[in-house]
Design a protein around this ligand. Structure first.
Ligand code: CTP
Ligand code: ZN
Length: 159
């Protein structure tokens, strides 16, 4: 079967995040802290056909090598994501995104009485991964659980 032409050219050196649920690419970039001001050449492909996912997004970043902690975070929004490391046009490494064991700082606990939600308490929210599939994070302070949907909702609704 003839290959479909690529929408975006192959990259020479960098990182490709593939198999992102359709429509989530921008949230993933935000989660990774990529704003476009860093100077990397970034290609975002959204809502393309995928055999595995129906539709998917892809992010290609020329010149970026992801640290493991960035890879971890990607799994919070894209549990099926593949992180491809490209060197001299070849994919030299394929990593699965695995959620971090500990998530600190950027998710909120849903319990209004939790110490992490008290105005005058300088306590950073911290969650421990209690289950990977389905994803479940548990607040380290009050034990309230966040499901994958809770996490996605929070990360997708941030201004
Ligand atoms: N890619 C790219 N530039 C390169 C090499 C690969 O943009 N120099 C892209 C491909 O277009 C594809 C992704 O990186 O979107 C993964 O490449 P590859 O591993 O060759 O594709 P598959 O085998 O289809 O990947 P998978 O098995 O993970 O679906
Ligand atoms: Zn809590």
């Amino acid at each position: 079967m003839a290959e479909k032409p690529l929408l975006v050219a192959k990259i020479r050196n960098g990182t490709i995040i593939d198999h992102i649920p359709a429509g989530r690419a921008l949230s993933i970039l935000r989660l990774m802290g990529i704003t476009g001001k860093e100077g990397f050449t970034v290609a975002i492909v959204m809502n393309v056909e995928s055999r595995k996912l129906g539709r998917k997004d892809i992010i290609k970043v020329e010149g970026l090598e992801l640290r493991p902690e960035d890879t971890d975070k990607i799994a919070l929004l894209a549990p099926m994501a593949t992180i491809n490391v490209v060197k001299d046009y070849a994919v030299v490494e394929k990593r699965k995104a695995v959620p971090p064991k500990i998530v600190e700082g950027f998710l909120r606990c849903k319990n209004p009485n939790c110490i992490t939600n008290q105005k005058n308490e300088p306590v950073k929210p911290r969650f421990i991964t209690a289950s990977y599939d389905p994803l479940k994070l548990v607040c380290d302070y009050c034990s309230l659980a966040l499901t994958f949907d809770d996490i996605a909702r929070q990360l997708e609704s941030r201004p």
